[in-house]
Design a protein around this ligand. Structure first.
Ligand SMILES: *[C@@H]1O[C@H](CO)[C@@H](O)[C@H](O)[C@H]1NC(C)=O
Ligand SMILES: *[C@@H]1O[C@H](CO)[C@@H](O)[C@H](O)[C@H]1NC(C)=O
Length: 289
């Protein structure tokens, strides 16, 4: 009986543990090698002060400067649509949402100009269920392999990176984009490639649709291969850059724990749980001693 109570206590402990939830980092390191559209001034991180101070303690502080649209970053709706939201105006609620990963790794590998259309999304829904309203969509084109080469030619799919008309990388088409923003009211759309508009798209149609419907874009998303297609909450942790058209972000996902829901994380249940565990342990060992 006492062993039984102990085991119940232990299993509850596992069941309600919030600390065991898996967090997936969806960002690359942000630095001089981070990829951005050609033609930007160089990234600069330099020491303003570094070393042991007269007081005997260590001090390091740096200066950095960067373009907004570099590495893993978000695009504000204002980036491609006049009058739409700038970075500081994006409601926090739009930066947190259920993660939906749509994989087209095979398609993108077979055809670097792959453009995801509305039928592809409808098929995804037929197989995996409806995309919930307010989702953050992440497109997995298996482009992380290319990003990690830090070679612009490989990432943009070209031999002449200064010629934008020569780019070959996958994206999402305007019919699919319109469906997601107008019918699914998605909060954001991310891609592991460099832009949601494919390399061969003309005049950035999907960027413009997102801008018009106040949908945030995330570019150069990392680690999508580690993500479940659903069952996560995605966070777009970006600084509140006043007037920004984009800003580097620490994007991450917390996976749902099947045996544990958010309600279990409140203080009430954790203190109750602590009491139960202590009780079970004392109960168990008082039998042995
Ligand atoms: C980087 O910034 C520092 C501090 O402003 C400056 O002294 C340095 O010249 C800059 N370097 C480049 C390459 O722009
Ligand atoms: C987008 O946001 C702007 C600024 O808040 C607002 O004026 C506009 O109506 C919004 N557009 C849509 C389609 O919700």
């Amino acid at each position: 009986m006492k062993t039984f109570t102990f085991l119940i206590g232990l299993s509850l402990c596992c069941k309600f543990s919030v600390y065991s939830r898996k967090i997936i980092d969806l960002s690359y390191d942000f630095g001089p090698k981070s990829i951005s559209w050609p033609g930007n001034p160089p990234f600069n991180l330099s020491h303003l002060l570094i070393g042991k101070q007269p007081g005997g303690f260590w001090l390091e502080k740096n200066w950095f400067s960067s373009n907004e649209h570099r590495g893993t970053h978000i695009d504000a709706p204002a980036h491609f649509y006049f009058g739409s939201l700038h970075i500081h105006q994006i409601p926090l609620d739009n930066l947190i949402g259920p993660g939906i990963v749509i994989r087209a790794t095979k398609e993108a590998n077979e055809n670097n100009d792959f453009v995801m259309n509305k039928d592809f999304i409808l098929n995804w829904e037929a197989e995996n269920g409806q995309i919930p309203h307010g989702a953050i969509i992440l497109l997995d084109f298996d482009w992380a392999r290319r990003y990690l080469t830090f070679d612009e030619n490989i990432i943009f799919g070209t031999k002449t990176v200064n010629d934008v008309s020569s780019y070959h990388y996958p994206g999402i088409g305007p019919d699919a984009m319109t469906y997601l923003v107008k019918e699914k009211h998605i909060k954001a759309i991310g891609t592991d490639a460099t832009s949601p508009d494919a390399g061969q798209a003309v005049d950035f149609p999907s960027h413009r649709i997102c801008g018009r419907y106040n949908t945030t874009i995330i570019e150069n998303v990392a680690n999508l291969a580690s993500m479940p297609i659903k069952g996560s909450t995605v966070f777009l942790a970006a600084i509140k850059l006043k007037g920004g058209s984009g800003v580097p972000a620490r994007v991450f996902a917390i996976l749902d724990d099947d045996s544990c829901n958010m309600a279990a994380t409140n203080i009430m249940s954790s203190s109750l749980l602590t009491i139960m565990i202590v009780f079970s342990i004392v109960n168990y060992f008082s039998g042995i001693l």
